[in-house]
Design a protein around this ligand. Structure first.
Ligand SMILES: Cc1ncc(COP(=O)(O)O)c(C=O)c1O
Length: 396
């Protein structure tokens, strides 16, 4: 191996190694599937959307799935239905901002709880002591790994709350064999381009109670049951037939796609075991993650470098990474007004996470090369630290 790029060597990936590439199903299959709706002039909320909802419900083992325009819109409608106005919706801060935005749009107040330092998932015991005056408890299946949903459900139910999961990353994940999507009052998936199952843009709301499903269905269409006498302030959150055609084809190849992601993640895990101070997100044995992201925690003491230096050094090699989720939601300016008390574990995790490239068509050899780079960075940590100290603008 030549020297590290940061130390004057050639970049390991001169063409660049992207963080992700969307797993687009073959265009000719999408257009063939779309054609009947398109040629009849049915562009939205038609037979393909119904077919997608039925296929998703069958796969998840739930009575109803409602297709929506995005996971954010799905969460907004679910919180509007379940959160009493002005009450707290308790959720992890270590999640994507949309979880909190949706609660706020629905007239509720996000209240943030800690995450677990190994799994990065909601710390259920910590959430349990923050439930006073709340109406909903939310778990996020972080990076596509199940967040012990039965435990979240138990704590939420015991306090008399509705239980919702932000399953944006989780379509295809299982918890001890049971599909993510079948827990709580509602689970909401994203089908945006970064997700293993994609529609381009879109979401799915999996619901067990038919009344809640009917309410979400109404909310997707302005709250208008068809007589233009709207029953509440709904949205236009309909899914188009075009998006449903992409999603159906994406679903058709999902298992094959997830098998590839799981092999790449296992390859990362195995190789990283030899690199001190770089620890992949812990996933409970018996659970299957979608590995929407493969995220590691960089422990500066054991590794020799902090997360930002690792990201900068990988960037110099052509490797694109993301600090998911940093900053955590309680530290974002949008929620400064809440004055959230300190969440030290969340801050600790958020300061140390870096998500590494993982996508369907990524060559397995690229995983090996990224891990080799991480090992080399650890070996040359002193030199890298010195170089970063003298290289203006490397640490941004
Ligand atoms: C955890 C989480 N929740 C919600 C969303 C929002 O999904 P969408 O872009 O479909 O609205 C995302 C987006 O990536 C996410 O990561």
């Amino acid at each position: 191996m030549t020297d590290l790029a940061l130390l004057g060597g050639q970049p390991a990936f001169p063409e660049g190694l992207p963080f992700f590439r969307p797993a687009t199903p073959p265009l000719e299959r999408v257009t063939a599937r779309l054609a009947p709706s398109y040629e009849r002039g049915v562009l939205t909320n038609g037979p393909l959307v119904r077919e997608l909802e039925a296929a998703a419900a069958e796969r998840l083992g739930v009575p109803e799935v409602v297709a929506v325009a995005s996971c954010t819109a799905g969460l907004m409608l679910v919180f509007q239905a379940l959160a009493r106005p002005g009450t707290a919706v308790v959720m992890p801060s270590f999640t994507f901002s949309a979880t909190a935005h949706a609660a706020r749009w629905a007239g509720a107040v996000p209240r943030f709880a800690e995450c677990d330092a190994a799994s990065c998932q909601l710390d259920v015991a910590d959430a349990a002591i923050r439930l006073e005056g709340a109406s909903v408890l939310v778990g996020t299946h972080v990076f596509g790994a199940p967040c012990a949903p039965e435990e979240v459900e138990k704590v939420g139910r015991a306090a008399g709350l509705a239980v919702v999961f932000d399953a944006a990353h989780g379509f295809g994940a299982t918890r001890a064999g049971r599909p993510v999507g079948s827990f709580g009052d509602a689970e909401v998936f994203s089908l945006s381009p970064t997700k293993p199952m994609t529609a381009g843009e879109g979401g799915l709301v999996a619901v067990r109670d038919p009344e809640l499903a009917a309410r979400i269905r109404l909310g997707v269409d302005y709250g208008n049951p068809g007589d233009y006498d709207t029953r509440f302030a709904g949205l236009n959150a309909r899914m188009s037939e075009l998006h449903a055609a992409v999603a159906l084809e994406s679903l058709a190849e999902l298992d094959e796609h997830l098998a590839i992601r799981r092999r790449l993640a296992a390859r990362y895990q195995e190789a990283l075991a030899a690199v001190p101070g770089v620890r992949p997100q812990a996933v409970d044995p018996g659970d299957a993650s979608t590995w929407k992201d493969f995220t590691v925690i960089v422990d500066e003491e054991a590794y020799g470098l902090d997360r930002d230096t690792v990201a900068a050094a990988l960037k110099a090699e052509g490797v694109d990474t993301r600090p998911y989720f940093h900053p955590p939601v309680h530290r974002q300016r949008a929620y400064a007004d809440l004055g959230t008390p300190p969440l030290p574990v969340t801050d600790w995790v958020s300061d140390r996470v870096v998500s590494l490239p993982l996508w369907r068509d990524m060559p397995p050899a690229a995983v090996d090369r990224v891990v080799e780079l991480l090992a080399r960075l650890h070996e040359r940590a002193d030199a890298v630290r010195a170089a970063v100290g003298t290289t203006a603008g490397v640490r941004s």
